[in-house]
Design a protein around this ligand. Sequence first.
Ligand SMILES: *[C@@H]1O[C@H](CO)[C@@H](O)[C@H](O)[C@H]1NC(C)=O
Ligand SMILES: *[C@@H]1O[C@H](CO)[C@@H](O)[C@H](O)[C@H]1NC(C)=O
Length: 475
Amino acid sequence: MANRNIQQYGHVCRKRFLFSLSFAIILVLPYLFFWDYAGKPVVNHVLPKEKIFSVIENRGIPARDHDAEPSSFREPSFLDQFGATDEEPERCHPSKALLKVFMYDLPPEFHFGLLGWDGDGKSVWPDIQTKIPKYPGGLNLQHSLEYWLTLDLLSSRFPNRSGPCSAARVEDSREADVVFVPFFSSLSYNRHSKVKPPQTVSINKLLQQKLVQFLTAQQEWKRSGGRDHIIMAHHPNSMLDARSKLWPGMFVLADFGRYAPRVANVEKDVIAPYRHLIKTFVNDSSGFDERPTLLYFQGAIYRKDGGSIRQELFYLLRDEKDVHFSFGSVVANGINEASRGMHSAKFCLNIAGDTPSSNRLFDAIASHCVPVIISDDIELPYEDVLDYSKFCIFVRTSDAIREGFLIKLIRGVSREDWTRMWQRLKEVEGFFEFQYPSKKNDAIQMIWQAVARKVPAIRLKVHRSRRFSQFNTQR
Ligand SMILES: *[C@@H]1O[C@H](CO)[C@@H](O)[C@H](O)[C@H]1NC(C)=O
Ligand SMILES: *[C@@H]1O[C@H](CO)[C@@H](O)[C@H](O)[C@H]1NC(C)=O
């Protein structure tokens, strides 16, 4: 008995040592790259002179002597901090993944069943090597991260999978850093929140009830009090019933607009991007002079709560000849038209609506249209490593509604400053792309990395919670 305990202890120690080691490497890596940061511009590219990532800044690292550098010296892009940016195809090495993830084998009704996939009652997961069930299009796609993250985990152990993996699936939950709950809650809300007689509750509500029952009965949940569970709830109305029961876990959200601070907050949870609906501007050479529209807004003008600012701005800006307001959703107006509009604008307006966030910001990024964000309570994806002020303009609501303030500010941005932000948008756009298979530092990898950065805080909470339970529980 004692022996076994010692073995277990040794195992735990090794794991913790490896974990600490990888954590140390993550901390140190940016140092190595930023050391060289103030180097010479690269041939072929215009790279930013300042770093967008701000993990390690102003820590007294001496700047290098520029003149001493060899002429072939390549200034590292800020993307380099996670490793080489391109060229040799990266492979997934599950044993080296940043994050080890245990995923519950929930019945298909919680995930691919919602896409109409039916495993003939035999299997829980579709064979995605043969055929991948399609996620519904239109506005649904905004919140489709549930689908992409799940596909990424399912494929993480394929021997021939292309692309790197920040997260790898493990079969034994005791080896896992986090526990993933594969419930497509946004789709469940979008598709099944109406009660269809003779049913008396909606499928969306029913699934949430079943999920809470299932989770709270699992030994994985009991072991951590749910603190290491990852629960996706990207649509602001998804998980409306279950959130108050599952809140000890880590939510993956669009924003905190409809959450009580105790249930969800920036310390505990992860903010993830919307999937943009506008087409990515591939090979964009439309610089300052090729974008005739100064400021572009797409969206509903009249909103119930929090949206009165939109009307005020509309009245303030409607007489400006180069400001374009386009009413209605991107999908309703035609994606091609919206793409053209945003691709030919210098600045794109993002105003808080019913909730602090919207997919418009990510449409603007994909269009390389410099976002002007007027949303005092917005939270942004991966903001702990990404400095949005390098490619977005933030304006306080109280300033934006002052006569002439916004238009003067925007007209005052020089071609040089705008061009610098435009270049940076082209560099960061990949961080907001969802795709399968996932590629290096795309939205899927960035979300996993954001989760991984929360793991030490989760461990702290779990360990603290165990202080007094040592001799009361059977483990
Ligand atoms: C990986 O292998 C499976 C079967 O072994 C095959 O069906 C699939 O097409 C392969 N995928 C790639 C990307 O090569
Ligand atoms: C973008 O440019 C590359 C290289 O010049 C070219 O191969 C590709 O077809 C272009 N894509 C589009 C959509 O124009």
